[in-house]
Ligand binder design. Sequence first.
Ligand SMILES: NC(=O)c1ccc[n+]([C@@H]2O[C@H](COP(=O)([O-])OP(=O)(O)OC[C@H]3O[C@@H](n4cnc5c(N)ncnc54)[C@H](OP(=O)(O)O)[C@@H]3O)[C@@H](O)[C@H]2O)c1
Length: 246
Amino acid sequence: MKVVVLGATGGMGRAVSRRLAERGDRLFLLGIDAKELERSAADLTLRGKDRDPVGFAECDLEDPACFEQALSLADAHLGGFDTVIVTAALFGTGERLEEDTVFAHRLLVANFANTIAFCELARKRLLSRGGGTLCVFSSVAGDRGRKPVFIYGASKAGLSTYLEGLDHRFRSEGLVTVCVKPGFVKTQMTAGLKPPPFAGEPDQVAALVVRAIDKGTPVVYAPRAWALVMFVIRALPRFIMRKVGF
Ligand SMILES: NC(=O)c1ccc[n+]([C@@H]2O[C@H](COP(=O)([O-])OP(=O)(O)OC[C@H]3O[C@@H](n4cnc5c(N)ncnc54)[C@H](OP(=O)(O)O)[C@@H]3O)[C@@H](O)[C@H]2O)c1
């Protein structure tokens, strides 16, 4: 595969990129920090089967004006990508987002409107060459309105709905959409938060994500236990959701 990754410099994006490089897929990285991108590209080049140089370019999820150029650079380096992975997102605790309305607005724009804008540009390029795979990280937080994550969760609920519709609309034309819904995973994003039961590691998630990309699975809960947890949560009546702190 020829893969573009937005968010490969940390957490689950880094773990997925390492697995892909190690099995011989070609990569191009997009992110905000040039030094981190350079470091990650060097690491992935060394891990790569053919030591094929991994390319990179700056791309800020908060600045949609840079998306088109970033994707053009990826296309030029890879000779036309066939897979796009988006793990980048903003996160804030419920308390922070309830207090800081400016940051809450930034998060909603980045995680919802800008992520969709990026996906739309990527899917047009993929469809113009007969299709490919768009794998985007949403969250279990978008499955249900919950007390501690209602703003972040709303951004991911909107994203999940977009990804489901995209899959229905374009799969017959060759565009496969994979929506990843992680539960709690130990990364920089969750550093300092108390891990709940079923907390996962990035590499555990990466194994499931790579398998889902290979199979074209439309929705993947990771770690797996979260599929069952969210099955129960989705079934709970509202009067119970209002009482519990989950
Ligand atoms: N961790 C969890 O428990 C959890 C649970 C549910 C869903 N998720 C979702 O899973 C995805 C990956 O999460 P993670 O825990 O792996 O996150 P992470 O460790 O914080 O990594 C996020 C990656 O996105 C990049 N990034 C951040 N802001 C960006 C921006 N404005 N433009 C471009 N790149 C940006 C980061 O780059 P730098 O390293 O340079 O900042 C980093 O490479 C996210 O969409 C998150 O919402 C995570």
